[in-house]
Design a protein around this ligand. Structure first.
Ligand code: IPD
Length: 268
């Protein structure tokens, strides 16, 4: 496809819209936030603000980038005609948001011909905006990020998360019982995009999760990779629902080997 846009221009669009959606959510959070409905299971909540945020992102992308495709957590799914597709989690960390915990974010990634080239994870309550363009490094509010260089499982603080289906959680808990004794400690912070950014910034040494959807890892995965971490899945495959791992290169193999000992969890 000729005439593909400069990833930096796509990043600017993503930043503008993520800030607008973040403002909408931050304002909404001042009022009453209630679970409006559930999706895959009774614990998989959606608030009216998840939907309002996705509607805002879709509308603004339509204005700024007409013809692009869009895949969003709350149902947007269009291929577009330009070679650019946006992958959006309009509110990652919905349960944190509901409980007024600070770890929630708007995650927007731009994919060109199937490859993520720009990503923003904007977390208003944390006061943090993570950005990356493929080949251009990763940043938190303009400061360059480099991930951990820890090389051993025993020395690694590892973030992870859980899906919403009872059967997924049971399988994830079984994996966790094997991981916990082998690592420094575990963190469960509640927003996959921000877990990936935490790994990018060295706030944790590594992150893994099974069952992630593209909107959970598209932007944060690019931020982590651009911070020097290896991001991928099982057996050399890309990050996917089967497994997403972000870890320092020397730790990636031992961590995925440990995780691969169990069959993949059911999906939400
Ligand atoms: C969830 C969060 C959570 C992760 C789940 C995701 P949502 O996204 O990122 O940390 O463990 O797998 O589904 O539902 O808050 O957008």
């Amino acid at each position: 496809m000729s005439d593909l846009p400069d990833p930096h221009l796509l990043l600017d669009v993503a930043l503008t819209i993520a800030r607008e959606a973040g403002e909408l959510l931050a304002r909404g959070r001042e009022g009453t936030v209630a679970a409006e409905t559930t999706k895959s299971s009774p614990t998989d909540v959606v608030t009216a603000l998840d939907r309002a945020s996705e509607a805002l992102v879709a509308k603004r992308l339509g204005e700024l980038r007409p013809g692009d495709g869009l895949l969003g957590e709350e149902g947007s799914d269009s291929a577009g005609s330009t070679g650019v597709r946006w992958i959006v989690d309009p509110l990652d960390g919905t349960v944190n948001f509901l409980y007024r915990l600070p770890n929630w974010a708007v995650s927007i990634a731009a994919e060109v011909d199937g490859e993520v080239v720009a990503g923003v994870v904007h977390a208003p309550t944390l006061g943090a905006t993570y950005t990356a363009v493929r080949g251009g490094g990763a940043f938190r509010d303009g400061t360059a990020l480099t991930g951990s260089t820890v090389t051993t499982l025993a020395g690694a603080l590892v973030a992870t998360g859980f899906g919403y289906l009872e059967s997924s959680r049971a399988a994830q808990a079984a994996v966790l019982t094997r991981v916990v004794p082998r690592v420094r400690d575990i963190r469960r912070m509640g927003a996959a995009s921000l877990d990936l950014c935490a790994a990018a910034g060295g706030l944790v040494d590594a992150y893994y999760e099974r069952g992630l959807k593209p909107w959970d890892h598209a932007a944060g995965g690019l931020v982590a990779a651009e911070a020097g971490l290896r991001v991928g899945g099982l057996h050399g495959r890309p990050a996917s629902e089967d497994l997403t791992v972000a870890a320092p290169p020397a730790l990636f193999g031992p961590l995925t080997d440990l995780l691969a000992e169990d069959p993949p969890a059911d999906r939400d």
